[in-house]
Design a binder for this molecule. Structure first.
Ligand code: TYD
Length: 209
């Protein structure tokens, strides 16, 4: 028996972090996890120690440090390879549960649909990087690109967030296509925070009871 691997996806500002914090408080008390299982809350980029360093490099706003699209793809992939090897796989092997803020489909959406890197290249890279670890459940928190920008207007954007609305629209369309193709649970993230949390809880109960 392995633990369960849950991923939350969505464009910037969709509220993933808030929801993951809420769900992480509830999940260990929900009765879904086995008695000895722990919950590992993690994220990409930056879930591992090396990943934290990579995150700073990847999201650096200094224009002189902007990577090429290919280098960007490989940096996110390096972060993920390390994340799988050091955090995700060991946890699942111990029957712990993992909830991750983003995983491989963020690369398909941002670098594939957003940056127009060939999707087949990304998929074949993914098959090496993920080392067989696929989510048991992916939840997509859906907001529009316009809403994403509105919600973040008082925050300093990181390098990817600075790309603007057209980039974000392409990424969001990508996420919607992937969600359909992979039969993800799609939740409208324009509802109030509690309603979204409740919908996520219901989904977890339905999938893992
Ligand atoms: P994230 O940590 O979700 O942003 P924050 O916590 O700062 O709101 O992700 C950082 C950025 O990295 C985000 O704009 C999406 C981007 N990203 C990619 O472009 N490709 C990827 O594979 C991943 C995991 C993230």
């Amino acid at each position: 028996m392995k633990g369960k691997f849950i991923v939350i996806e969505g464009i910037d500002g969709c509220g993933k972090t808030t929801q993951i914090d809420e769900i992480s408080k509830w999940l260990p008390t929900s009765g879904l996890m086995g008695g000895d299982s722990k919950l590992i809350k993690t994220r990409e980029p930056g879930g591992s120690l090396l990943g934290k360093k990579l995150r700073n490099l990847i999201l650096d706003n200094n224009k002189n440090n902007k990577p090429s699209s290919l280098a960007e793809l490989l940096l996110y992939s390096a972060d993920r390879a390390e994340h799988v090897s050091k955090i995700i796989s060991p946890a699942l092997e111990k029957e712990d549960w993992v909830i991750s803020d983003r995983y491989a489909d963020s690369t398909l959406a941002y670098q594939g649909y957003g940056r127009n890197i060939n999707l087949e290249i990304i998929r074949s890279l993914e098959s090496i990087v993920c080392q067989g670890e696929q989510p048991d459940l992916t939840i997509f928190l859906e907001i529009s690109a316009e809403e994403s920008i509105l919600r973040r207007k008082n925050f300093i954007p990181d390098r990817i967030e600075s790309e603007g609305i057209n980039f974000l629209k392409k990424v969001n369309e990508g996420f919607k296509l992937i969600a359909k193709e992979k039969n993800w649970k799609v939740i409208s993230a324009t509802q109030n925070v509690n309603a979204i949390t409740n919908e996520i809880k219901e989904t977890l109960l339905k999938n893992f009871s």
